[in-house]
Design a protein around this ligand. Structure first.
Ligand code: ADP
Length: 429
């Protein structure tokens, strides 16, 4: 397939409004540069003449509005040019959002509705290009000087932080195609699982917490309020997944719903939201360049994402292995856990099935290879509503000595003493 065996430098000429779609091979990076013209990767312009190193497995498109010449050095899994893209439709959406941002900024009214910029939510099945479109809209906005807030509700992959979380962060610069989103204090909530069915109620509670914090931040910051949000969602759009989409639209007060690649979902959302006149439901074409990823690939991508958290995108961080006493750490699970059998309860009482119940966890070897979050909570009661500082990975449990060994981004004391555990595992490779 493609030009897998080539490894010398090749030139590619792109006509206006076309793109070069690249899948970097599994084993070696690809070097790429812009020789002439203008080109962008998912909304972020390429600097002229400077070689970029694209890491293995990256799948991207280099798009040009007016034509460009590129140079590639190295082998790829696939690369081809395409002149049919949905980019005109996407940039038209961007233009409409821009106009709304400007209107929000110019509004002098006290009415909070008119100073609120667009809150865009991107929905669609898995592999419809949701994360990519979110990224483009954010980068285009940032290029024009806005600082839109990126909200990532996709617990399956995670563009801001590791999988199993929902998170938000302001985007101040176009997103680097290689480095991704800079991790300057994102607002992160730990759900702890990679599918919402593990604990639907907890997912909803966390989305609500995140929404409340963002609402508070917007109140005090007219600039980010006018810039608005771009919300990326999960590819789970049937049944409970659909219910969770509606919940997110409602909770985050989204006013633009962009539906990618599914007529049925568009028509369902249009129908259910028709009595909300300030919410626009827009259907957009899915790009033919979006690469489908099977369950195994997705699992691998999750694992790389966790690796990246500890070791950095270019293997440029050195995490630290720490040892603690069992008694130093307080680990909790939210929901689940063994429920009291009916026979153990007073007559008439129902077993507590509260999905948001906090359950203390005994340290044992079941924790091995799990990724835990370090909560900012000061008291156990605050754990549910607290965001998290970061993550640790359990590498050894010594029952005899009552010692626990974990990997953390750095040495020294953890930023909190309460840890949250879910079902998020990682096998270091
Ligand atoms: P979703 O968020 O809907 O699951 P993504 O936006 O993550 O889908 O896209 C899936 C994969 O396809 C990603 O690896 C992304 O980089 C890649 N991709 C998206 N658009 C293109 C394109 N036009 N050309 C090449 N690869 C693309």
């Amino acid at each position: 397939a493609g030009s897998a065996s080539t490894s010398s430098i090749r030139q590619v000429k792109l006509d206006r409004e076309s793109e070069l779609r690249i899948e970097v091979g599994n084993d070696s990076p690809l070097r790429l540069r812009l020789l002439s013209g203008n080109a962008e990767i998912f909304g972020t312009e390429l600097p002229p003449e400077i070689w970029l190193t694209l890491p293995p497995r990256l799948k991207i498109a280099v798009f040009t509005w007016y034509g460009a010449t590129l140079e590639m050095d190295g082998a790829t899994e696939t690369d081809y040019t395409a002149d049919e893209t949905p980019m005109i439709g996407y940039v038209n959406v961007h233009a409409i959002l821009e106009a709304r941002r400007s209107r929000a900024r110019a509004s002098s009214s006290d009415d909070s509705g008119s100073t609120q910029g667009p809150r865009v939510i991107v929905v669609g099945p898995t592999d419809s290009g949701k994360s990519t479109l979110s990224r483009m809209l954010l980068s285009w906005a940032a290029k024009q000087g806005w600082k839109p807030t990126f909200v990532d509700l996709d617990i399956g992959q995670g563009s801001i932080t590791i999988p199993g979380c929902i998170a938000a962060t302001p985007i101040e610069l176009p997103i680097d195609p290689v480095e991704g989103i800079p991790l300057e204090m994102p607002l992160v909530y730990f759900y702890g699982h990679t599918t919402p069915s593990n604990n639907v109620d907890l997912y909803k509670v966390l989305v609500k917490e995140l929404a409340q914090v963002l609402e508070r931040q917007f109140t005090g910051n007219a600039e980010s309020r006018a810039a608005g949000m771009v919300i990326n969602t999960m590819g789970w759009i049937e049944g409970v997944g659909y219910e969770l989409l509606l919940h997110a639209i409602d909770t985050l007060n989204a006013n633009v719903v962009l539906v990618l690649g599914q007529e049925k979902l568009w028509s369902m959302l249009k129908d259910v939201l028709k009595n909300k006149p300030n919410v626009d439901v827009v259907k957009l074409q899915k790009s033919g360049g979006v690469v489908s990823r099977n369950a195994k690939f997705r699992q691998k991508a999750r694992s790389y994402r966790i690796r990246e958290y500890f070791y950095g995108p270019a293997n440029d961080l050195s995490p630290h292995s720490n040892i603690a006493n069992f008694s130093d750490l307080f680990i909790y699970r939210i929901g689940g856990g063994p429920q009291a059998p009916r026979s153990a309860l007073p007559i008439g009482a129902e077993p507590a099935a509260d999905p948001t119940r906090l359950v203390p966890v005994n340290i044992n070897r079941d924790l091995l290879h799990l990724v835990l979050a370090v909560s900012f909570a000061k008291e156990p009661e605050e754990i549910m509503s607290s965001n998290v500082a970061g993550f640790v990975y359990i590498t050894d449990i010594d029952i005899q000595r009552k010692k626990i060994t974990y990997l953390a981004p750095s040495a020294g004391e953890l930023p909190g003493k309460y840890l949250i555990v879910g079902t998020l595992t990682w096998i270091e490779t």
